[in-house]
Design a binder for this molecule. Structure first.
Ligand code: PEP
Ligand code: MN
Length: 330
């Protein structure tokens, strides 16, 4: 198996003690692993809510310098503005990453690209944008490349959906750049990280970015998805030998995700149907409304024809769904 890149460390630098303890433990737990280990910690955190922990700020850069000195690990942090890039460069940070909220904004990415031009950064990790947009992601990568710096793509999914198809398409378009999986943000759940690391191996990713904290329960951000350095060691010694049929595995990941959405959509539909049933009952309306049924069936068949789906198949499925709807409403 080719050597992997492991970008590991806390979601956020919180205290000097937390950063140093996590870094020492990570460096010790991964000492027997082949591949490159990079220590990550967010200093300036792009958080959804204003009243939550927004990152420790500039002070955290000193802690990253100490990590470098004491453990010899390369260090990485997230940047969202040219000022942050300058501060990170001045502090001797080896790698930066562009987060999903920033990579959704090409103006911000261009400003970052301009700020890193001519620097001796070892590389930039570009996360996929929060929205499922492979063209935007590829464009961000190009902007950074034009600044003359090494780039790798980080697939973190959209919200907590993997969006495998987006990563598959980027990988087809840009087989020349490294693709890293971020199971922590993709799942938002520490329990799901091992399974996603297995997926990353099977799909021949080039590495993983995993959030690791010395005390995940006490973490000031993303506490449900962070794991301990000991848990990290356990899941990374997993050895998956089956490297066959990668293309089929990609396609199956994509189809399974579409199936998930299909069933979730059906479940949502039944919930609404139940609400409609309650309303009809209250108003004394019949459950079956033949005109409405014909109307929506014809609309679906017309649509099926337009997109090249077999009309009979669409009709048969729709009749079954309607049958269940009627049962639920009764
Ligand atoms: C992070 O890596 O800490 C982060 C904020 O990730 P994302 O941009 O993927 O949400
Ligand atoms: Mn995080």
């Amino acid at each position: 198996m080719k050597d992997w890149t492991y970008i590991v460390g806390p979601c956020a630098a919180e205290t000097e003690e937390q950063v140093m303890e996590t870094a020492r433990a990570v460096s010790c737990q991964l000492s027997d692993i082949s591949g490159q280990v990079i220590f990550r910690a967010g200093i300036w955190k792009p958080r959804t809510q204003p009243d939550t922990f927004q990152g420790i700020g500039d002070e955290g850069l000193l802690w990253l310098q100490r990590v470098k000195q004491e453990t010899g690990l390369d260090v990485a942090t997230e940047v969202a503005t040219p000022e942050q890039v300058k501060k990170a460069l001045r502090a001797g940070v080896d790698y930066i990453w562009i987060g999903a909220r920033t990579s959704a904004n090409p103006i911000a990415v261009q400003e970052i690209a301009d700020a890193i031009k001519g620097s001796n950064l070892q590389g930039v990790f570009v996360k996929n944008p929060v929205n499922d947009d492979v063209a935007l992601w590829a464009g961000d990568i190009e902007r950074i490349e034009k600044a003359g710096v090494n780039v790798a793509a980080v697939h973190r999914g959209c919200g907590h959906q993997p969006c495998w198809k987006m990563a598959y398409e980027l990988h087809k378009q840009r087989p020349d750049i490294k693709l890293i999986l971020d199971p922590s943000h993709m799942s938002g759940d520490a329990e799901k990280i091992a399974g996603l690391c297995q997926d990353a191996k099977e799909l021949e990713y080039d590495g993983v970015m995993i959030e690791v904290h010395n005390n995940p329960n006490q973490a000031l951000s993303d506490n449900r998805q962070q794991i301990t350095p000991e848990q990290l060691h356990e899941l990374l010694i997993l050895n998956i030998n089956n490297q066959q049929q990668t293309e089929l595995k990609w396609l199956r990941h994509m189809i399974d995700e579409v199936d998930d959405q299909l069933w979730q959509t059906l479940q949502k539909r039944m919930e609404i149907s139940r609400q409609i049933g309650a309303w009809k009952k209250q108003e004394g309306m019949e459950v079956v409304q033949p005109t409405r049924f014909q109307e929506i069936l014809q609309k679906r068949k017309k649509w099926a024809h337009k997109v090249g789906l077999e009309e009979n198949m669409v009709e048969a499925i729709f009749i079954e769904i309607h049958k269940e709807s009627v049962r639920v409403q009764k």
